[in-house]
Design a protein around this ligand. Structure first.
Ligand code: ADP
Length: 146
């Protein structure tokens, strides 16, 4: 059984995340969307809100599971018997960061392989960080949200 973990903050989940997951569904038997809990981080949406938003989007998808996750992603993968991590690449700065993360996770995570999907061009400008700015500034973020 091929199990992938898609870790992230998802604060909030955007149509960029959704597209990535939809493209990954045929590749795996199960994808666990692992919503990050980090006491040092200040979120716009609570953990429960973020989990609900994601679960709503994928309610019809039997391969998708939504969970919370605290601590090291690599250890979470071992715990869940997941052999794969799923991540998206939008641009060169994503690449530089993700390359390091993937190499370290491979060591800590007992050989866990990160699978990258390159974002389709119509989604590569979308980030949760900027969506939060739009929401905080009173703008309409609906074009970026599922
Ligand atoms: P993190 O805090 O771990 O970066 P995010 O929720 O911002 O969490 O992102 C989780 C994953 O989703 C990352 O791999 C990121 O590259 C990917 N991602 C975010 N936005 C997009 C997008 N618009 N298109 C493709 N992948 C994306």
């Amino acid at each position: 059984m091929k199990i992938a973990v898609f870790p992230g903050s998802f604060d909030p989940i955007t149509i960029g995340h959704v597209e990535l997951v939809r493209r990954a569904i045929p590749l795996f038997d199960k994808i666990i969307i692992a919503v990050g809990v980090n006491s040092q981080k200040k979120y716009l949406y609570t953990l429960e809100e973020r989990i609900h938003q994601i679960a709503d989007v994928f309610v019809q998808e039997p391969k998708i599971e939504v969970d919370k996750h605290e601590g090291l992603t690599a250890l979470y993968c071992i715990n869940k018997n997941a052999q794969y991590l799923l991540r998206g690449l939008r641009n060169a700065s994503d690449f530089d960061y993700e390359k390091q993360l993937s190499q370290m996770n491979h060591i800590i995570g007992d050989g866990v392989e990160t699978v990258f999907l390159i974002s389709h061009p119509q989604y590569s400008h979308i980030s949760s960080t900027l969506v939060r700015e739009v929401i905080k500034g009173g703008g309409d973020a609906s074009p970026f949200l599922p």
